[in-house]
Design a binder for this molecule. Structure first.
Ligand code: NAD
Ligand code: MG
Length: 378
């Protein structure tokens, strides 16, 4: 299938798996970007021959430029380089695989250049959902989700013409490495324990979010915006095996689910090929050998980040940007061994209680709310 793709964040977990899909499906990578992993970006550029390679770190960019001097690849640097990659005329599709609110401006640039957005960067919708979706509508840019749960919902909604027929979206959640533990047992968990996810191999930030269940909270807000559903019509279902990726309950009580092996290459590929399907590199699902599928409820009194995210969802306005900014800052402190695991929720709650919410913010107000939340975390 012919698609010309720019990957923002090509050296990360989603970025590398996107390149697997591109190679297997005969697509073209026309722009690759990374923050500072020069070795890997050089290797990817030599293999995929993009027109453009961008390193947001200027020192890394200067190094890459020297290394790729014998090729036709143009090397750019900084946030401006990222915006060039997001709006490159040769690309028809942009995979947003940068982590955090850093993905917001490039996603908006890609939307204004009318690209198909294969959206992995959930923080973008959490911080600026209404603004991003309004821009997509205005410019006629398609947003197709990469996140496995949202891809599952997207697939289960394909035959549905009237959103009024949807009773509820059910987001599944693996529960992370600490499912079933009490708050007391979580007091002293280490960085290494939190970085171990039972089913998925992902970047460090989202792995910690999966352990606190903030990831499910961010996905709750992402689903609300993507599918125009109020918070009371979205439920979270613990499903330890990560075989059912999410479900849609209709008004006649029929429930549609999407199943698959836990392999991100499938939702990445579907975001690129939709509305078509083609054979690809994702593992097949072997239901005969995967054992029992189990279901349960999350404990929001232990995993307070989930409760805080739902609170932000109900408040709206800049509450999502405050929640997200505080969480990004708190997770960075935890990864630096400067705060304990349970303090992530404490810091987010603290930021949400001191930073005032603006009901219908513009982009500058969203970015200011993000900064204020980071300052409140300390
Ligand atoms: P990662 O940390 O593995 O990779 C992040 C990529 O972004 C790297 O290429 C890095 O160089 C680049 N980057 C980081 N900070 C940057 C900055 N400030 N400016 C420019 N580039 C920067 O992350 P990941 O696990 O691939 O996740 C990427 C996004 O996809 C996140 O928003 C995450 O929530 C979402 N997501 C990931 C998964 C998964 O399985 N990994 C699943 C669903 C959604
Ligand atoms: Mg997910």
């Amino acid at each position: 299938m012919s698609r010309k793709i720019a990957i923002l964040g090509s050296t990360g977990s989603i970025g590398r798996q996107s390149l697997d899909v591109i190679a297997a499906c005969g697509m073209e990578a026309v722009a690759l970007t990374a923050h500072a992993s020069t070795d890997l970006l050089e290797e990817q550029a030599r293999r995929f021959h993009p027109r453009l390679a961008v390193m947001t770190d200027p020192v890394a960019a200067a190094d890459l430029k020297v290394r790729l001097a014998d090729t036709d690849v143009t090397v750019l640097s900084g946030p401006e380089g990222l915006l060039e990659a997001a709006s490159l005329p040769e690309a028809d599709t942009v995979i947003t695989a940068i982590v955090g609110i850093a993905g917001l401006r490039p996603t908006l640039a890609a939307i204004r250049a009318k690209k198909r957005i294969a959206l992995a960067n959930k923080e973008t919708l959490v911080c600026a959902g209404p603004l991003v979706l309004a821009e997509a509508k205005r410019w006629g840019a398609e947003i197709v989700p990469v996140d496995s749960e949202h891809s599952a919902l997207f697939q289960c909604l394909q035959a549905n013409r009237d959103r009024g027929e949807v009773k509820r979206l059910i987001l599944t959640c693996s529960g992370g490495p600490f499912y079933g533990r009490t708050a007391d047992e979580l007091r002293c968990v280490t960085r290494a324990q939190a970085l171990h996810n039972p089913n998925w191999s992902m970047g460090a930030k989202i792995t910690i979010d999966s352990a606190t269940l903030m990831n499910k909270g961010l996905e709750f807000i992402e689903a609300m915006h993507l599918y125009g559903m109020p918070p009371e019509k979205i439920s979270i279902l613990i499903h330890r095996e990560s075989i059912i990726h999410s479900l849609v309950e209709y008004c006649d009580n029929a429930v549609l689910a999407q199943l698959g092996a836990p392999d991100m290459r499938l939702p990445i590929q579907y975001a690129l090929t939709w509305p078509r399907r083609v054979p690809g590199p994702a593992d097949p699902l072997d239901l005969w050998h995967c054992g029992s599928l189990t279901f349960g409820s999350p404990d929001e009194s232990v995993f307070r980040c989930l409760a805080l995210a739902k609170q932000a969802a109900r408040i709206g306005g800049t509450a999502g940007a405050i929640l997200n900014g505080a969480n990004e800052a708190a997770v960075a402190l935890f990864l630096d061994d400067r705060i304990r695991f349970l303090e992530i929720a404490d810091r987010v709650e603290q930021a949400m209680s001191v930073v005032p919410v603006i009901p219908e913010p513009d982009l500058d107000e969203i970015l200011e709310a993000d900064q204020a939340a980071r300052r409140a975390v300390g």
